[in-house]
Design a protein. Structure first.
Length: 228
């Protein structure tokens, strides 16, 4: 897979290096030459993991720079700068000018998250503050459905619930439940073990249940798992 990461800060560096370590071909764009030199010194050199990592000094908000970077050949673009306005511009150009199939954008300030949608070319928006908030709620809430992540422009959501002692699914199997057709159980975390859900899988008090739902099926899944 060919990936362009815009922004060579700590976040961009980590993403680019991890993708390259996973065997992907990664281009890291950064407009500050000093930052590029630092990144090359830290992450450059021969790789033995099968991937590649290329560095380029370029303004990812300029169409000419993106054209030189052959953005139209990329499978994924990650807008990972520390500026929300830049990330929106990069996402819009990637989608509209270069028809990149998948655009992932970093949201730095929570108040701007509403802008990161398909109108700006964003397929997936990642808001660190909201993700931390969701994980905090997940750790503190028992018997409540917590939304962890939105996927596919909000058409799919990853949700989690820790089953309380009055959960209606206790001592029942998945096959016995009327699970909506557009929802599925992804995993059950039980006593430090991961249980892969199957039809004969049952539920126990304290299970952390991860489910993939749509906006239409979320309430039904909440009712199944919490009774609320």
């Amino acid at each position: 897979m060919r990936v362009t990461v815009a922004g060579a800060g700590n976040v961009g560096e980590f993403i680019a290096n991890d993708l390259a370590a996973g065997g992907h071909d990664v281009l890291l764009l950064e407009q500050n030459p000093a930052v590029v030199q630092r990144a090359e010194a830290t992450l450059g050199g021969p790789r033995t993991d099968g991937g590649s990592l290329e560095f380029r000094t370029a303004d990812a908000c300029e169409v000419s720079s993106l054209r030189e970077a052959q953005l139209d050949t990329m499978d994924v673009v990650v807008a990972a700068t520390g500026d929300d306005e830049d990330n929106l511009v990069i996402s819009l150009l990637a989608k509209q000018e270069f028809a990149v199939p998948r655009v992932v954008a970093r949201v730095n300030h929570p108040k701007n998250e509403w802008l990161f949608n398909e109108n700006w070319g964003v397929d997936v928006a990642v808001s660190t503050p909201h993700l931390i908030l969701a994980l905090t709620e997940e750790a503190l809430s028992v018997g409540s459905l917590v939304r962890l992540l939105q996927l596919e422009k909000g058409r799919a959501r990853l949700v989690e619930v820790t089953l309380a002692d009055d959960a209606p699914v206790l001592d029942r199997t998945i096959a016995e439940l009327h699970v909506p057709r557009d929802a599925t159980f992804v995993a059950i975390l039980r006593e430090e073990h991961v249980v892969v859900p199957r039809g004969d899988t049952g539920f126990q008090v304290g299970d952390e249940v991860l489910a993939l739902v749509t906006p239409d099926s979320e309430d039904e899944v909440r009712q199944l798992l919490t009774g609320r």
